[in-house]
Design a protein around this ligand. Sequence first.
Ligand code: B12
Length: 277
Amino acid sequence: MENILDELQAALAKWFNRSHLNIVSEQMALEPSDIGQKLYETPIIGIGAADDPMWEDMHRKEAVGSIFRTPREWMPQSKTVLSYFAPFTDFVINGNCIDPVDVGNGWLYARVEGQAFLTETNHFLERWLADHGIKAYSPYAGNQFQYVFEPGSSADISDPSLSFTSNWSERHVAFICGLGTFGLSKALITERGVCGRFGSVITDAELPITQRAYTGIYEYCKMCGACCRCPAHAISLEQGKSHHLCTSYFDTLREKYAPRFGCGKCYVEVPCMRHRP
Ligand code: B12
């Protein structure tokens, strides 16, 4: 099973280097100079055990909440979870460092078209693993993924005590799979920093487990406060991060950048931007 991970890394590298979905096309470009730019670097991977007792802890209100479904609740025969972090390219990161408020074009593409590419990456992993005799399922890319923002804001979720959560939180999954810990901004800090996005698949194979190099949930964060320059004033050293203030501000950006959206000012110009501090 060790070898299969090397093979998978190679297949992912090829997919990230060759897929046209990972490149700014002429149709999506806001400026001609953006055409041909790449959005994501090849991901880093972490593997968690489906019987890790920490999955049950995610049901606790202060963690993810009752809405969370453990790997076994998604797929009863599951043995492991493969979580990946796809770092943004310099094109995406540098473009969002130019102005403290205006969002870079690359950041907007990476959020919208880039997430569509990552959803395809989850399906790519499902297919690749199936070709190797392994059943794999991506909760986020499937039709049962659910999330809720402000309490009571989702028609599908009747429990009004739930807010800003989902039934498969990729950062919590990545935390359990050994990829990193949370920061003050609540971004997950990996070896490649915070600038990037996560995806995952649940599998029925005994893949080699990644040992977590941490115990505390904020262990990789130096609490330097650099992310407190958030334009929505949603982050402070005293109060942490307010999802409510962040989301309200985010909604105004949906209008400004329609049909795209994004912000990520707490992800750039911070010591954890590209590396674990
Ligand atoms: C809802 C959502 C939002 C909402 C609300 C934020 C939120 N709740 O996380 C809004 C719209 C504001 C948002 C904004 C953004 N988002 Co968003 N969002 C999500 C989404 C869909 C679900 C998040 C979720 O389920 N949260 C669950 C709640 C419970 O998390 P939490 O409150 O932060 O968790 C705390 C508690 O669990 C607590 N805790 C207490 N006890 C315990 C015990 C244990 C054991 C643990 C582990 C934790 C714990 O610790 C945590 C940290 O404080 C995910 C996609 C996904 N499927 O995961 C992306 C996701 C979190 N977003 C992401 C990104 C990139 C962004 C933006 C940068 C978007 C952009 N492109 O500009 C901004 C950044 C804002 C910010 N600083 O958070 C990335 C995160 C990347 C990273 N490095 O961490 C994700 C994972 C998407 C992805 N596929 O990669 N997002």
